[in-house]
Ligand binder design. Structure first.
Ligand code: PAF
Length: 310
């Protein structure tokens, strides 16, 4: 049933070839998982399972997560599930790109062992209104992304907790592109004592600085040309931080860069402590580790980005 071949080379290293096993229902995932490596946590031996949760529409940023996972574990599971629970009523759930066949083609050469591809019915059998959910705490849940997308982090935290329970990974990889999400997932893993390690992977960018995102597919040619302005604004804050400018003045300078382009509607540009997510005091100087975060609408397309300075 499992058609991913694991071959051992002359030096003893494991190499994974062939197509991943597709677990398109919970029963198939649980069967696959039961036959693969449970011993790691207690003994540090056995098969170490890495997990990369995604909503599909894969790009080089996702593939980078998979490569990190491949390098650090014996088995790699990728999930593809467009989680309805994390989209607001006016957001892009219906039009979110669904490219399963292409996603599989991209994953196969990377040595992914299992692709978990559940249905909404199986993930939320009782609908999503009346289920027990995972609510992150302030400030992660309700500031910046959480303020503009009020139920987003509850939806993310809930589905990620369900995915962790089903896949039972020993390590899981998330992109720093969604930095607030990464901190939410680290916090839920710590606070709910989940037995795995969450690892952040640096953002992959186009040559002009634009952070890779599945939503970049919505940009038309003119918007695509303007989109790197967000990265330019973030970089300006980082440069200002290096020459003793106050947080407030650095943010003002960067805001001017974005607002000089009338096509942008800026939602936030902020500087937070990269661990606690508390805002840095505006009149003070920068103290590390910090993260500069931005969200803006470019026409109808909402873009987010950040730079972390450690
Ligand atoms: O970042 C994403 O793609 C999603 O928010 C995640 C973590 C897969 C949960 O649905």
């Amino acid at each position: 049933m499992v058609d991913n071949l694991v071959e051992r080379s002359i030096d003893g290293a494991l190499s994974h070839t062939g197509k991943p096993f597709i677990a398109d229902c919970l029963a198939k995932l649980s069967q696959w998982r039961a036959s693969h490596g449970d011993a790691w946590i207690s003994s540090g031996k056995g098969q170490k399972v890495a997990f990369v949760p995604t909503m599909g529409a894969l790009h080089a940023g996702h593939l980078e997560l998979v490569k990190h996972a491949r390098a650090q574990a014996d088995l790699v599971v990728v999930s593809i599930f467009v989680n309805p629970y994390q989209f607001g009523p006016t957001e892009d759930f219906d039009k979110y790109p669904r490219t399963f066949e292409r996603d599989l083609e991209l994953l196969s050469p990377l040595g992914v062992d299992c692709v978990f591809y559940p249905t909404e019915k199986e993930m939320y059998p009782a609908g999503r209104e009346s289920i027990v959910s995972v609510a992150p705490a302030h400030p992660l849940n309700d500031t910046l992304e959480g303020a503009f997308r009020p139920s987003f982090f509850r939806g993310v935290a809930t589905v990620v907790t369900k995915l962790f329970t089903l896949v039972q990974p020993h390590i899981a990889f998330f992109g720093e592109k969604d930095f607030q999400q990464l901190l939410v997932i680290k916090a839920l893993t710590r606070d709910l004592n989940l037995p795995l390690e969450v690892i952040g992977v640096p953002t992959v960018r186009e040559a002009d600085g634009l952070a890779l995102s599945s939503r970049n597919a919505y940009l038309d040619a003119a918007a695509r040309k303007l989109a790197p302005v967000l990265h330019e604004a973030l970089s300006e804050v980082v440069s200002a931080s290096q020459v003793g400018v106050s947080v407030e003045d650095a943010v003002k300078g960067a805001t001017l860069i974005v607002s000089a382009e009338p096509e942008f509607s800026l939602q936030y540009l902020a500087v937070c402590n990269a661990e606690t997510f508390e805002p840095l005091p505006p009149s003070g100087k920068f103290s590390k580790p910090f993260v500069v975060l931005v969200a803006a609408k470019l026409g109808e397309v909402r873009l987010i980005d950040n730079i972390v300075v450690r």
